[in-house]
Ligand binder design. Structure first.
Ligand code: ACO
Length: 430
């Protein structure tokens, strides 16, 4: 059986044999299909990249029909059970689980980069007291390119790795500072005795105590949430990271773009939108009315935290998150909105509208409930997504940079505007 595709162009009667590799044909192979010498050649039309592979990647694998998610081949369930965020981050970046020695030096290096330059704190001070922390995060990280001027040197391996370490280590510090700024409290310096996640909690919540002690259950729960959010192949924000990176911009500028993409309510902003939705529903007896509103498509309303471009079965991350919710609620007490969420899920999973469209809870459906129970304000939710996704963006960015197949990202269009016409003087316009 030949690995080729034979295409007959019925406009000309000509046939073409196109190679098939890894279940794809090259879009550029279609260009030879022309009706005549002046024809540009055939293109594909694929808004939102519904069926276009943009790269070859070795980082994350998703089988959306079976609900499988692997980082570098390791199932997400096993990593959530046995690993921690920094070990998983190492795996995502380097492709293999670290040895003991490698892990120790990796932790040390990240820890050494957690402090922020005093100037960075100054420009963060300039934000309005009620600025959204995601807006603060993405602009501040973008501004780091002015502080780390060596970041432009993207093809030097050592320099590149230095920026990656800085980003993984400093994003939590910026996130925590953004939060403290919004509540008018002084910044907490990083505590390098604590774990990556423990220190993040310290920078957020430490008050007058001499040493902050994170609650071990909450620390572990947040760490597992970080594992679950570390990468997710070619989603909207990762594609943005790769696209900006393809112009050879520095990683801080590209990160700012990726974080902006994540901010939207159809992507990482969905966890914030879920909480607002649950609060608006307010009580169990309003759930059927809300479902009816979603089904009627009234004012574009959607069941936030449901549905996914790739998963057409239960999101494996959502399954893990439900387990973490139990763990957290034992410590914090149950989030009163949980019952509404469970009822929404129960109804949606048996309602024809959702079943037919294969709409299941995604990663964002339950995560907000946990964050809220842990004391995070709703506006911090997308920020809590961006922190662990930093390593995914970095790994994908580096893979793109080193891939000889990649060039500056530049799609084509189908032009539907006016034909060429002459400029009309202002006094002759109708
Ligand atoms: N509620 C109600 N209906 C929905 C939902 C939803 N959450 N999601 C999809 N649908 C419907 C659409 O209206 C459409 O119906 P139609 O065929 O009758 O027109 C059908 O299901 C297919 O939906 P699309 O919008 O074509 O699916 P797409 O793959 O483009 O969108 C997305 C995926 C953006 C995630 C969508 O499901 C959605 O908006 N979900 C809510 C927001 C959300 O939770 N986002 C987080 C995603 S996970 C993440 O980014 C981390």
């Amino acid at each position: 059986m030949a690995d080729t595709l034979t295409v007959t162009d019925n406009r000309t009667g000509k046939s073409y044999e196109l190679p098939i590799q890894d279940g794809t044909i090259k879009a550029m192979d279609l260009r030879q299909i022309k009706t005549g010498p002046d024809d540009f050649g055939l293109m594909t039309y694929d808004p939102a990249f519904m069926n276009t592979a943009n790269c070859r990647s070795r980082i994350t694998y998703i089988d959306g029909d079976k609900g499988i998610l692997l980082y570098r081949g390791y199932p997400i369930e096993q990593l959530a059970e046995h690993s921690d965020y920094l070990e998983t981050a190492y795996l995502i970046l380097y492709g293999e689980l670290p040895t003991d020695g490698q892990l120790q030096s990796w932790r040390r290096e990240i820890t050494l980069h957690t402090m922020l330059h005093e100037n960075v704190k100054k420009f963060m001070d300039g934000f309005q007291y009620d600025a959204h922390p995601m807006g603060i995060l993405l602009s501040t990280v973008g501004a780091l390119s002015t502080v780390n001027r060596d970041a432009k040197n993207i093809f030097d391996k050592t320099t590149r790795m230095r920026q990656i370490l800085r980003l993984i280590a400093k994003v939590p510090s910026i996130a925590a500072y953004a939060y403290r700024h919004s509540i008018g409290r002084p910044y907490n310096n990083p505590d390098n005795d604590l774990s990556f996640t423990g220190n993040f909690l310290n920078m957020l919540f430490k008050m007058t105590e001499l040493k902050y002690k994170p609650h071990p259950v909450l620390e572990r729960a947040l760490d597992v949430l970080f594992i679950l959010h570390a990468d997710h192949e070619q989603n909207c924000s990762t594609t943005t990271m790769r696209t900006i990176g393809s112009s050879q911009a520095d990683p801080y500028s590209a990160f700012a773009g990726a974080a902006a993409a994540l901010y939207g309510p159809l992507h990482g902003g969905a966890n914030e939108a879920v909480l607002r939705m649950l609060t608006e529903i307010g009580s169990l007896n309003h759930v059927p009315d809300f479902i009816a509103k979603v089904k009627s498509g009234e004012a574009g309303s959607r069941l936030m935290g449901f549905g996914h471009r790739v998963y057409k079965s239960y999101d494996p991350r959502a399954k893990q998150i439900k387990k973490i919710a139990d763990m957290v609620f034992e410590v914090t007490g149950k989030n009163p909105l949980l019952d509404i969420a469970l009822e929404l899920e129960r109804i949606a999973l048996q309602d024809d509208y959702f079943v037919k469209r294969k709409l299941y809870p995604n990663v964002d459906f339950y995560s907000g409930l946990i964050y809220q129970a842990m004391g995070f304000p709703t506006e911090m939710f997308p920020v809590l997504f961006a922190i662990p996704r930093t390593v995914g963006w970095m790994a994908q960015w580096e893979e793109m940079l080193l891939d000889p197949d990649q060039k500056i990202a530049r799609p084509r269009q189908i032009y539907l505007g006016s034909e060429a016409r002459d400029y009309v003087a202002r006094d002759q316009r109708k």
